[in-house]
Design a protein around this ligand. Structure first.
Ligand SMILES: Cc1cc2nc3c(=O)[nH]c(=O)nc-3n(C[C@H](O)[C@H](O)[C@H](O)COP(=O)(O)O)c2cc1C
Length: 206
């Protein structure tokens, strides 16, 4: 299992949210050591870190081990796996990131969410990100990932982020169009993210 917690990225003292921190948890569905999916996530986190203070953690589902793969239900998981599930359940922002496998998300990625409490993600902000070998399966974000989080009654960010092999040099994202889409997607929800970071929940009339 891998959980990394990079240092808090502080947006600076003159930002409206200085002092408050957004707890971001990346659920990474890629088994790759050198991962394009994580290359894409790096850019998302960098962009986010320029907007508000962020504390990021990462759960690599392919490294959770037998206490994860052998569990059919939540009660079956080992305590260390339970801690990873709780980390995701308690996030202010979840980044659900996966490579496309056979036109959908990898089975191990889905298995992680099979073990998440049915109501733990209700009203939680979830940013969807995926990479594929080509552009043909970009709609995996809309036909597979978004419906999964609709089941959980999560609040998915309207702009989902996709990049394909041609957008990278190795695992470094190069395509400025994808950078622009990340900027747009996060800017759309920055007020909501800010309210989550300060612990003030947005209401219908705010
Ligand atoms: C088993 C498997 C199935 C794949 N299926 C697809 C697919 O259906 N469509 C696609 O565009 N890419 C497919 N790919 C390519 C990966 O989605 C692509 O290389 C991705 O960027 C890998 O991400 P990673 O570097 O984070 O592991 C597949 C790769 C593997 C290993």
């Amino acid at each position: 299992m891998t959980v990394t917690t990079p240092p808090v990225v502080d947006a600076g003292p003159d930002t409206p949210t200085a002092g408050a921190t957004l707890r971001v948890v990346v659920v990474n569905g890629s088994p790759s050591r050198q991962s394009k999916t994580l290359g894409l996530v790096d850019v998302v986190l960098d962009t986010l870190g320029r907007m508000l203070p962020v504390e990021a953690s990462q759960v690599d589902v392919y490294r959770l081990g037998p206490g994860f793969t052998g569990a059919l239900e939540r009660d079956d998981v080992t305590p260390d796996v339970d801690a990873m599930l709780r980390l995701a359940e308690d996030a202010d922002l979840l980044i659900a990131a996966a490579p496309v496998y056979r036109g959908s998300y990898p089975g191990m990625f889905k298995h992680f969410f099979d073990l998440i409490d049915q109501y733990a993600l209700a009203n939680k902000l979830v940013l969807l990100a995926a990479t594929g070998g080509g552009e043909h399966h970009a709609l995996v974000l809309e036909h597979a990932m978004r419906p999964l989080f609709a089941f959980f009654q999560a609040l998915t960010v309207p702009v989902a982020i996709f990049a394909s092999a041609g957008d990278f040099d190795g695992v470094t994202l190069l395509n400025p169009r994808v950078y622009g889409r990340i900027e747009m997607g996060l800017t759309d929800v920055v007020d909501l993210l800010t309210s989550r970071a300060t612990g003030v929940r947005a209401t219908a009339d705010s």
